[in-house]
Design a protein around this ligand. Structure first.
Ligand code: SF4
Length: 200
């Protein structure tokens, strides 16, 4: 096994430098999310749950789905949900067909925190805006391929990206969505698509 953090190797190896750069960026996410959490007296995962509920369909806002989404156990997510319920930031919506199952909705206060908190990563987006369109497309494509491979090896669980969607088709380097019935340019490939359907 070779370490990306071994400076002798890292300085001669582009892959290692990319891994270390990604680690630095993940630290930036951690710090920004932590700052946002402190402001609201919530934990980082509680903030992430609020943001997730704000932007995703009701059927995905269940403890089991959230556990897979954030690579955590159901027990950990349930603890966070209990806090959010006690702070009246979310409410339970019971499934009319299976009354033991429920999804989560934001209260007005929960929506207000989620809306503000959802900007926590804007400081990371700003420098990316300064790249050329070509640089952005290359970066996006590389990251999508990396996420796809990490998903295949089970390190990242849930994915709602085009490459893992049953509607996605690629022929001769052309990306196509069979649901939207349109070609997708490299920069139009989605990372988190509301219409994504898992390949069965
Ligand atoms: S439905 Fe969404 S994820 Fe699936 S191929 Fe179309 S755009 Fe991509």
């Amino acid at each position: 096994m070779k370490s990306s953090f071994d400076l002798n190797r890292q300085n001669k190896n582009t892959e290692s430098k990319i891994v270390v750069a990604l680690e630095r960026i993940s630290e930036a996410f951690r710090v920004l999310l932590w700052n946002e959490s402190k402001e609201n007296s919530l934990s980082p995962i509680q903030i992430q749950i609020l943001i997730f509920i704000q932007f995703h369909a009701q059927e995905k806002c269940k403890v089991g789905y959230l556990a897979d989404e954030f690579n955590m156990t159901k027990a950990t997510i349930s603890d966070s949900v209990r806090v959010l319920l006690s702070k009246e930031l979310v409410t339970k919506e019971t499934d009319p067909i299976d009354t033991r199952s429920y999804s989560l909705s934001l209260t007005d206060e929960g929506k207000s925190i989620a809306k503000k908190a959802s900007f926590f990563a804007s400081l990371i987006e700003q420098p990316i805006e300064k790249l050329t369109q070509e640089q952005k497309t290359i970066m996006l494509n590389g990251l999508l391929k990396l996420i796809y491979d990490l998903n295949k090896s089970g390190i990242i669980t849930i994915q709602r990206m085009c490459f893992t969607c049953s509607f996605y088709n690629a022929e001769n380097g052309i990306h196509y969505c069979n649901l939207l019935k349109t070609k997708l340019t490299e920069s139009e490939i989605r990372v988190d698509c509301p219409e994504h359907e898992i390949i069965t």
